[in-house]
Design a protein around this ligand. Structure first.
Ligand code: PLP
Length: 378
């Protein structure tokens, strides 16, 4: 038996993705920059994928730059924009609940002498648009705020914050890490008011190692590396056509609409909440209005690692907090108001449309067994 409930960590490549990658490797293996037919063939394949991604984001294909994943996209956005717009305006704003990739980019800016302001949620665990907007002043060049938190599924008020900032400070660049929202909630960079927006392939049934950065026309970025002319010089290096083709195909292949998929996984999440609520010593950490794809909860008296291994032995894959931190505490749960002892006892369950209601039943049976067998042994 294999029950995979860790789609916020990564997803299984779809059949369409695998077929497109295989086709690209077999038949579109040229260098997209080459001027001969074989090169042109590879370029057409890549541009087809760019259009598929643009359709999903409802933006111009020319606004998209392919990268190696969300980590690179966010570094290109944050460090690339700070290098251009931060020569005189040295203040940059982010939140305390960002993914490590965004946190890392801001740490590097801090080392360069930028004043980094990290906005935390209020005592009630809610991060408010007003607080983010209030931190912006005339010395600020950049704001970065994630759309959906990867540990709790909390949806941040990005659209509201960016609109407030745009009203008062038109020249501040606004970046959003939309990795956990893309194709899960309606994500449209223009509607969000984002100048720059990060997405990743492997969270949406494409392969690992490919992502994209949406980049509004007119916004200048300094590339992370100097090299060839690929991707309009923003991302030097020969493009991985198979990865990119697979990304486009995976995005196009997703069944149903964003709303239909969200309704389905939302029903699974509600069923899980229902079952967990009837179990003793379980606390739900995710907000009720969070992403339907993620549920974080703590089981008092059981350490995350113990539960994770117990479930893994039964063929059930979940995550303790965020998989990117390899079990290491990121501190993000505490930022959302989870007490440190409960943060140590947290599991993150994350869904995709392939999950079935039976997965929830089996998970909850296993959790009940873990409570019965393991809690008193501590
Ligand atoms: N941002 C968020 C919110 C994520 O959840 C992740 C992956 O877990 C990333 C960024 C990093 O994505 P990638 O693995 O494509 O670099």
């Amino acid at each position: 038996m294999m029950i995979y409930l860790d789609s916020a960590a990564t997803t299984k490549p779809s059949a369409g993705c695998i077929a497109a990658m295989t086709e690209a490797m077999a038949n579109h293996w040229g260098n997209p920059s080459s001027l001969h037919k074989i090169g042109l063939n590879a370029q057409l394949c890549m541009e087809h994928a760019r259009k598929q991604l643009a359709a999903a984001l409802d933006c111009e294909a020319s606004a998209l730059t392919f990268t190696s994943g969300a980590t690179e996209s966010s570094h290109l956005a944050i460090r690339g924009a700070a290098a251009v717009y931060g020569r005189r305006r040295r203040r940059v704003i982010t939140t305390t609940v960002e993914h490590a990739s965004v946190r890392g980019a801001f740490d590097l800016l801090e080392e360069q002498g930028f004043e980094v302001v990290r906005i935390a949620p209020d005592a009630d665990g809610i991060l408010r648009a007003e607080t983010v907007a209030a931190a912006v002043d005339e010395n600020t060049c950049l704001v970065s705020m994630m759309l959906v938190n990867n540990e709790t599924g909390s949806v941040l008020p990005v659209q509201r914050a960016f609109a407030m900032i745009a009203r008062e400070h038109r020249d501040v660049i606004k970046h959003c890490d939309a990795v956990q929202g893309f194709l899960k909630l309606p994500v449209n960079p223009q509607k969000l008011g984002a100048d720059l927006l990060t997405v990743s392939g492997h969270k949406v049934h494409a392969c690992k190692g490919v992502g994209a950065l949406y980049h509004k026309k007119g916004i200048r970025l300094k590339p992370l590396w100097k090299g060839g002319e690929q991707e309009g010089t923003l991302r030097p290096g020969t493009e991985s056509v198979p990865l990119i083709a697979g990304f486009g195909a995976a995005v196009q292949e997703l069944r149903g609409t964003v709303a239909e998929r969200a309704a389905y996984v939302g029903s699974l999440r509600s069923a899980l909440i229902g079952q967990l609520s009837s179990m003793p010593d379980v606390r739900i950490n995710s907000p009720a209005d969070g992403s339907p794809y993620i549920l974080s909860f703590s089981v008092k008296g059981l350490r995350s690692e113990t539960m994770l291994h117990f479930l893994s032995e039964k063929g059930i894959s979940v995550s303790s907090g965020s998989a990117c931190s390899k079990g290491k505490q990121s501190g993000v749960l505490e930022q959302f108001g989870v007490k440190p002892d409960l943060a140590d006892s947290t599991l993150r369950v994350s869904f995709c449309a392939d999950n079935r209601p039976e997965d929830i039943t089996v998970l909850c049976e296993a959790l009940r067994e873990a409570q019965a067998r393991l809690v008193h042994k501590r």
